[in-house]
Write a protein that binds this ligand. Sequence first.
Ligand code: ZN
Length: 329
Amino acid sequence: MWVVRRSRTWVMVAAAIGCGVPGTVVLAQEISEKPAWCRQLPRPEYARIERIPVADSWFEVYKVAPSVFAIYEPHQSEETISYLILGNKRALLFDTGMGIGDLKALTQRLSHLPVIVLNSHTHDDHVGDNWQFETVYGMDTKFTRKSAIGSTEDAQAEIVPGEVCGALPPGFDAARYSTRPWKISKWLHDGDWIDLGGRTMEVIATPGHTPDAICLFDRANGLLFTGDTYYPGTIWLYRPETDLTAYGRSVRRIAALQPKVKIVLGSHDVPVAPPAVLGELAAAFAKVQAGDVRSMPAGPGKVIYRVGDISFLMRPRGGGKSGKDGAEQ
Ligand SMILES: [Zn+2]
């Protein structure tokens, strides 16, 4: 069921009210004009972040650190966040969002530097505008190669009723919306560095959510961009390409960086979190893996595990290994 699969916030609402019956939430949404996730916006955290005015109505831009812009898409339920990170010579665009708005036009208004695209991972909601850019780096994985072929199904599921809040951009052709294929100009590996001129970004492979998931570390400035390995919402760990053992290793690895991190920047919902979330994330996931956390139902083939402020959307225990049960595609 797409609505439950796609709406992070609905899952959270279902869990928060303890009903465990997503149908109740869906019914509530069907009889109101705005989807439930959208009625909760704007998220209060944004009031404390400097907003950069832009003419584009699809994106919101926030300055989250010196020469770092968060590019937020609040009108689609993923609430995806991409980042434009500026050096002296080059800019790095960490993800390209849904591919619904014109991200290239927006980035050109924010900076005239040549842009390197690198994805936190290659799920459709992070690579949507990759095709617009000439220079796209990719992790050297099979999963990345397959994603770069593009797809229509995942993209179309992002715009079914209930997933979009407010108007789509003028000229957007819903019937033809797809994740367009893109070309990878350079393959990257764990430990590679990208020199932006006066700013160096370190690639940390953090497989788990997907095989090609990475974190990007600006060590000099203490900025850790965590993609979907961590963001301040329910973290999705149920898809066939998710590897829980690898995820556990990855969150332990980034937790070890905590003393060197000043801001954690995730790829959904809210762009800034304190470094303490890294340790909390690793501890929470260790508890889940040890079987010490009770699950709450969250729709067909899915459960939520919640430890403090950290939560994971997963398959029920004993529900089979990756790729067998609960996968919807
Ligand atoms: Zn993802």
